[in-house]
Design a protein around this ligand. Structure first.
Ligand code: NDP
Length: 247
């Protein structure tokens, strides 16, 4: 039963985050939307509200701890409680290491790793105190296997796997009832490839997505399923991708 749950979604302005917001809101979830492009969030929140749902939004750069804290406060102030945070914001400026795009390496660490740390730091006091909560994070199939041009991106997504598993174990040990779920998407048609500045890498990945990519609605369905499990049940890992994608 997910109706009336309060869910923060980071990276809600496009792709998987946007699809998840629409999906959850249709089921009566109160969604709290965060991303940097507030024009997109404003429009999304308006559309959800028009269809009878509940949505609020706030500018969020996940690399900034105080903005993560502020969106948790927004959820609590608006809806009175918080059930789930979906740590989904991410970038994938892939390139060969020899291209030495070191600024992009650091950006991936900042958004994909530190963004997750900041989000967890923001919700953990709330979830620990209420002895319930659900942390869901978007890793990637790149967090399960290595591939050329994805050394740093894959590393950030491997981090998510390790971190979330330890969060799950410690929460169980400490009796805080915090559930976790990690999503490993393969090729999902979103705006993600726009973050790739290296022409050849972008072209070759675009070819893969054009051939195999599926809708972000598929991931949204999985998020709804994970949230809907009874409180004593954690469904921890989902690998989701096109049936015909061979790698
Ligand atoms: P999109 O590019 O469509 O969405 C990425 C989202 O992240 C946007 O809403 C963007 O919003 C947000 N974002 C980026 N940087 C920041 C930041 N500093 N602070 C806050 N929000 C930020 O791509 P996807 O929907 O595909 O990506 C969602 C997640 O899925 C990512 O973690 C990605 O790594 C992962 N993933 C995607 C796959 C795919 O095939 N699409 C495969 C495997 C994993 P804004 O720019 O407005 O801030």
């Amino acid at each position: 039963m997910i109706k009336d749950k309060v869910v923060i979604i980071t990276g809600a302005s496009s792709g998987i985050g946007e699809a998840t917001a629409r999906r959850l809101a249709r089921e009566g979830v109160k969604v709290v939307l965060g991303a940097r492009r507030t024009d997109k969030l404003k429009q999304l929140a308006a559309e959800i509200t028009k269809e009878g749902g509940h949505a609020v939004y706030q500018a969020l750069d996940v690399t900034n701890q105080s903005e993560n804290d502020a969106i948790v406060k927004l959820a609590l102030d608006t809806f009175g409680n918080l059930d789930v945070i979906f740590l989904n914001a991410g970038i994938m400026p892939n390139s060969p290491l020899s291209a030495l795009k070191t600024d992009e390496w650091h950006q991936m660490v900042d958004v994909n790793i530190k963004g997750v740390l900041n989000g967890v730091a923001a919700v953990l006091p709330v979830f620990t105190q209420q002895k319930s909560g659900h942390v869901i994070a978007t890793s990637s199939v790149a967090g399960l296997k290595a591939y050329p041009n994805g050394a740093v991106y894959g590393g950030t997504k491997w981090f998510v796997r390790d971190f979330m598993e330890v969060l799950r174990m410690e929460s169980a040990q400490e009796g805080t009832n915090i559930r976790t779920a990690i999503i490993y998407p393969a090729a999902i048609n979103t705006e993600l490839l726009k973050t790739i500045s290296q022409h050849q890498t972008r072209e070759s990945m675009q070819g893969i997505y054009d051939t195999y990519g599926i809708s972000p609605d598929r991931i949204a369905d999985i998020i709804a399923f994970a949230i809907g499990q009874p409180g004593d049940t954690t469904i921890n890992e989902f690998t989701v991708g096109p049936s015909n994608q061979p790698w």
